[in-house]
Design a protein around this ligand. Structure first.
Ligand SMILES: Nc1ncnc2c1ncn2[C@@H]1O[C@H](COP(=O)(O)OP(=O)(O)OP(=O)(O)O)[C@@H](O)[C@H]1O
Length: 254
């Protein structure tokens, strides 16, 4: 089995993931198996890769390939079965609650299932992370309003989540995830409920945040948006990760 691990590790290395000091995310020989699965049945097998600071990647792969599982490990909701993960240059210990909380405060996460607070209106849902960070209404009013305008929710600032459509909820979840200008943005199918034009607009928001310095990783099935962006792709398949570079793809750039 050690030989298999070494083979996977080399395969990942040759796909272009070279170690660097500026890695925001670094996986070193990371495997994940649920429910005491035997090593052959692991979802993710001996992954070694890095996301350099300021990079932008899509994460693709067939349904069940492990995209959400990989994101969960990065946002520290799931410990790997073996291997080591570093975030912002720090080796992660999932049992260290203080470290987990500190590292998570640098992340902006768009969850597949939105996780909005039903008793707060649109504005307050989006502003919540800033409120929790101790900012007051005067400080964040304009920023939050502008962001909600960008995601097309400026006429629904007072609306409660239960009256929003699926796409509107998703856009609100995106606004809330990026409102603190996080260092690392992770998004799980952020355009799954959104039409193509709004999807492009949302992708432009991620690209703009990336230009401002955020490292971005977006799991998606939406090949047309991936192609339109021209950004590099990490593909999960059969427990392995590989890189697809779309820089030469014909098509629009966001
Ligand atoms: N908590 C869990 N316990 C057991 N198995 C799980 C758990 N979470 C995910 N799985 C399994 O792990 C595999 C990968 O799931 P995951 O959700 O990471 O894939 P995905 O690539 O995000 O899929 P999709 O594109 O359909 O969202 C699936 O077979 C899933 O059933």
């Amino acid at each position: 089995m050690a030989q298999i691990n070494e083979k996977n590790r080399l395969a990942n290395t040759v796909t272009g993931f070279l170690p660097g000091d500026d890695a925001v995310v670094a996986f070193d020989n990371v495997s994940l198996g649920y429910d005491a699965a035997s090593e052959a049945d692991f979802i993710l097998k001996s992954l070694s890769f890095q996301l350099p600071a300021g990079s932008f990647h899509f994460l693709t792969g067939p349904s069940g390939a492990g995209k959400t599982s990989l994101l969960k490990m990065i946002y520290l909701a799931q410990a790997p079965t073996s291997g080591r993960i570093s975030l912002f240059g720090e080796a992660v210990d999932n049992g260290d609650r203080a470290q987990v909380a500190r590292l998570r405060s640098k992340l902006g996460i768009v969850f597949q299932e939105f996780r909005l607070l039903e008793h707060l209106n649109v504005f307050d849902n989006a502003a919540l992370p800033l409120f929790v960070h101790g900012q007051n209404f005067r400080q964040y009013r304009d920023d939050v309003t502008e962001l909600l305008n960008w995601v097309g929710l400026k006429n629904q600032l007072q609306a409660m989540p239960h009256v929003l459509s699926g796409g509107e909820k998703q856009r609100l979840a995106i606004a809330r995830a990026v409102v603190t200008r996080p260092t690392l943005i992770l998004a799980d199918e952020p355009t799954g409920n959104i039409d193509y034009a709004m999807g492009l607009r949302i992708m432009r928001l991620f690209v703009e945040l990336n230009r401002l310095g955020a490292t971005v990783l977006i799991a998606t099935h939406d090949e047309s948006l991936v192609r339109a962006s021209g950004m590099p792709v990490l593909e999960l398949k059969d427990g392995q990760i590989s890189r697809r570079d779309l820089n030469t793809t014909v098509g629009g750039r966001l």
